[in-house]
Ligand binder design. Structure first.
Ligand code: HEM
Length: 393
């Protein structure tokens, strides 16, 4: 297997990882990525195939699982009970419960709420240059996920802080300090949810926490630790990537010279998919092999890992004609921004809906929207999002 060398914290790479993806993709479907110490798939075909291959999965093989370092205990507790890191039958049980709240119908019902919130946020925009990422792109998804779960909206800024501290664990820039912060944030988040869930037991409402509490109390489908881990996963995943898909989208539209047709009702679905394809907010996930598997010319042993480069697959010319060109009029074809197979993103309908409202309303209300400074991506690979998005209206 060909070896590739690329630091994921290198500044040029962080700002524009796509040239590396292109060069890595050209020689063969799998390359050994030195810094991650594992084979990596860069092509559309290989990433799609591996996402769907049930001989690979996210849960660590039982014989490799350790209790982990003591200082990480609260963080590891949430991971251990998270559906994202589970495989069937645990995954099936947890995902089924969550999916009840994420049906297309339930999500479409949020449309009016999302639309109204976009307008309210725009009403607060100042006349001087300001950070759209903070003021708009972040607020919309975090407030909506609070409402969906049934967590008080005034917790939003606290949730953001906990979430940022926790997801930093998945970033290439992780240090010992990151670990301590993530553990502290997890402990506080768990404490808050334990108390809040207890308080909500006698106060049922029309929200996801109520449904999950009912499932837990009925005893067959959810333990208390799973209930807490699921809430944390949803509260974090419910905004982290959407914030940056809106941010990357605004950047992309401004830099490519917005064509108003792209945001009209007949064009917006394609525009949203193209933004998610062209500059997705999450670039890489990994899988464990569960048996000896020969795939794309490489033999994996049980426990070996493989990296799936979602951001690279989306730019593969074998998957998308003219893949390096941002073209919001292209026919919709499944891209890998939301993953695929068993762990396909539960929140995809919600994220798409938020983008579908956030972008047209923003450009309609702010026709002179312009960048106030060149936006830069944060050093947070495999996340791919802006540090800030300074604009004028
Ligand atoms: C544009 C925004 C989003 C992107 C790009 C995104 C991307 C992804 C990806 C790539 C995965 C699969 C990871 C893997 O296969 O290893 C995933 C899983 C997941 N996402 Fe999202 N996501 C977004 C928004 C959301 C939202 C809004 C929510 C919740 C409200 C959410 C909840 C989840 C959950 C619960 C999973 C785990 C599913 C499972 O393991 O079965 N995501 N997401």
């Amino acid at each position: 297997m060909i070896t590739v060398i690329q630091s994921p914290t290198d500044s040029d790479f962080v700002q524009n990882p796509y040239p590396f993806y292109t060069s890595a993709r050209t020689s063969s479907p799998l390359q050994f990525w030195t810094e991650y110490d594992m084979p990596a798939a860069f092509s559309y075909e290989a990433v799609q195939a591996l996402l769907k291959d049930r001989r690979f999965g996210r849960e660590i093989p039982a014989e490799m699982a350790t209790s982990g370092p003591a200082h990480l205990a609260p963080f590891l507790m949430t991971e251990a009970h998270s559906l994202l890191d589970a495989e069937p039958p645990r995954h099936t049980r947890l995902r089924r419960l969550v999916l009840r709240a994420f049906t297309s119908r339930a999500i479409t019902a949020l449309s009016d709420d999302i639309e109204a919130l976009c307008h309210q946020l725009i009403d607060t925009f100042p006349d001087t240059p300001f950070d759209l990422l903070d003021t708009y792109c972040t607020q919309l998804p975090v407030i909506i996920i609070c409402r969906l779960l049934g967590v008080p909206e005034d917790m939003a800024s606290q949730l953001l802080k906990w979430s940022h501290d926790i997801v930093a664990m998945y970033q290439a820039s992780r240090t010992l300090e990151t670990e301590h912060r993530a553990a502290a944030a997890s402990a506080e988040f768990i404490d808050f949810l334990r108390g809040y869930i207890d308080q909500r037991r006698n106060d049922p409402r029309e929200d996801l926490i109520t449904r999950l509490i009912t499932a837990e109390e009925e005893g067959e489908s959810l333990s208390t630790d799973e209930l807490i881990a699921t809430c944390i996963l949803l509260l974090n995943a419910g905004h982290e990537a959407t914030v940056h898909s809106i941010g990357n989208g605004v950047k992309c539209l401004l830099e490519h010279g917005l064509n108003p047709e792209w945001l009209k009702p007949e064009g917006i679905d394609r525009t949203v998919e193209e933004i998610l394809r062209y500059d997705p907010p999450l670039h890489m996930f990994t899988r464990y092999a569960y048996e000896e598997i020969e795939v794309f010319g490489h033999t994996f042993q049980r426990g070996d890992q493989v990296a799936l480069l979602l951001g690279a697959a989306n730019r593969d010319p074998q998957g998308f004609a003219g893949a390096e060109t941002f073209n919001p009029t292209r026919e919709i074809k499944t891209n890998t921004a939301f993953g695929g197979g068993l762990h396909f993103c539960v929140g995809a309908p919600l994220a798409r809906l938020e983008m579908k409202f956030a972008l047209p309303i923003l450009f309609e209300r702010c026709p002179n929207l312009a960048l106030a400074e060149p936006p830069r991506y944060s050093n947070t690979y495999h996340f791919h999002g802006l540090t800030r998005l300074m604009v004028t209206t």
